[in-house]
Design a protein around this ligand. Structure first.
Ligand SMILES: Nc1ncnc2c1ncn2[C@@H]1O[C@H](COP(=O)(O)OP(=O)(O)OP(=O)(O)O)[C@@H](O)[C@H]1O
Ligand SMILES: [Mg+2]
Length: 399
């Protein structure tokens, strides 16, 4: 509906407009007896309070005052198309054009003439509304997906430490999701005894939105929130890849960082996350099968066109002397190493105690490497259009 303001004291003209528009436009009359003496700026402000698409000036206002008002509208309220009702002379057309007036309706016009002029102006207003810039999409958090084709390479170690490290820089704005739906151990690595899991979230599918998801998130003292894997492997079937993707989307709308832990390989749930990823953290250890498998996984992602995300390579157990150098790994995988995490006793202890090494022993070589990895994501722009807007998630009510 095109909102139209008729600046006139002539109620017959108002009736005529309403009659000819036949309910097509929302026309309202505005008049103030002080208008002929009002400052054009003040009058324009009053007239445009409802943000009208069309302003029809007259009949009833002197030509000079009408032109001054039109000029003011043109300057400060360019969203409104202005029409003048006046005796249309060649000279008036000239002045009207300069004042940004798009139509002149001759005073005393019959219904068809008024309708024709208004139809033209309403069409122009409608075109303008359609061409108006659409609001930019809401900023989205950065989605970081941790993958490794081989089991036991250190995905959960890396993802939980990455999330805890990020939470140090952005407390309350980091979520971790466990998409290792059968044997996920994010909960145990973080030492949290969760009440709710991905399976519970999946059961709420349909009603799952940014408010509902809070119920399933477990707060961790480091300042991150975890949506952990199901309690029982059989429950994995209840979580569809679509739900997994939906969960990642909801969390990305609420948190600045969403870290996703995955099962070994590239199952459909992992792919749903990879589709949404700004960053992929590839974890491998320094043995040939692990490195080769990673290369194959990347080839598969390339084939699927999943190339948007930044790829970061984490070399776990980097100091294991097994004959492969960093350069060998980089050459095979085709990605430079972003972090080398040595085999570490304190890391092993921290996992067993349910406390990420970046918190339990941040000065240890493994703790430092993982902290540095987290810091790479803080302040660094994401790969896709998504950006990590600082957002704080309201703490979950434990009621
Ligand atoms: N750098 C390291 N030093 C010592 N122990 C490590 C290191 N990295 C991982 N581990 C240990 O190796 C085991 C496997 O690590 P983790 O669970 O992180 O691997 P994963 O890739 O998630 O395994 P899965 O495929 O089963 O999910 C854990 O017990 C972990 O404590
Ligand atoms: Mg794991």
């Amino acid at each position: 509906m095109i909102t139209t303001v008729l600046v006139t004291n002539d109620s017959d003209f108002e009736d005529q407009v309403k009659r000819v528009s036949d309910g097509e436009a929302e026309a309202a009359r505005w008049w103030d007896d002080r208008l002929p003496r009002m400052e054009p700026a003040a009058a324009a402000r009053e007239i445009t309070q409802g943000d009208p698409a069309v302003v029809v000036i007259g009949p009833g206002l002197a030509t000079a005052a009408s032109l001054a008002l039109a000029e003011e509208l043109d300057l400060h309220f360019p969203g409104a198309c202005v029409v003048l009702v006046a005796k249309a002379t060649g000279r008036l057309w000239e002045q009207a054009l300069r004042a940004g007036i798009r139509e002149i309706i001759p005073t005393g016009s019959d219904d068809p003439t008024v309708l024709a002029a208004l139809t033209r102006i309403w069409a122009t207003a409608a075109r303008r509304q359609m061409a108006a810039p659409v609001a930019p999409p809401a900023p989205r958090g950065r989605v970081i997906v941790v993958i490794s084709p081989k089991g036991g390479a250190g995905k959960t170690t890396v993802s939980t430490n990455l999330a805890a490290g990020l939470a140090g820089a952005a407390p309350g704005r980091v979520a971790i999701v466990d998409l290792d739906l059968q044997f996920g151990d994010v909960a145990s690595a973080l030492g949290i005894g969760p009440q709710s899991t991905m399976a519970d979230a999946a059961r709420a599918e349909g009603k799952l939105d940014s408010t509902a998801i809070k119920v399933f998130l477990e707060p961790h003292p480091s300042g991150l929130y975890a949506l952990v894997g199901p309690h029982f492997p059989a429950e994995a079937d209840e979580v569809s890849p679509e739900t997994a993707g939906h969960v990642v989307d909801i969390l990305a709308a609420e948190f600045s960082f969403v870290v996703v832990d995955t099962a070994a390989g590239l199952d459909e749930h992992a792919l749903a996350a990879v589709e949404r990823a700004d960053d992929l953290v590839l974890v491998c250890v320094t043995d040939v099968p692990s490195v080769r498998a990673l290369r194959k996984a990347l080839d598969a992602l390339d084939l699927l066109g999943m190339t948007k995300a930044h790829r970061h390579l984490v070399l776990n157990r980097s100091d294991d002397k097994v004959g492969l150098s960093v350069a060998d790994v980089e050459a095979t995988v085709g990605v430079n190493v972003s972090a080398s995490v040595p085999t570490s006793r304190s890391l092993q202890i921290s996992v067993n105690q349910g406390s990420p090494v970046v918190l339990a022993d941040p000065r240890s070589p493994a703790g430092r490497a993982l902290r540095d990895l987290a810091n790479r994501f803080v302040g660094e722009p994401a790969a896709g259009a998504a950006t990590g807007r600082p957002r704080r998630f309201a703490r979950k009510d434990n009621a």
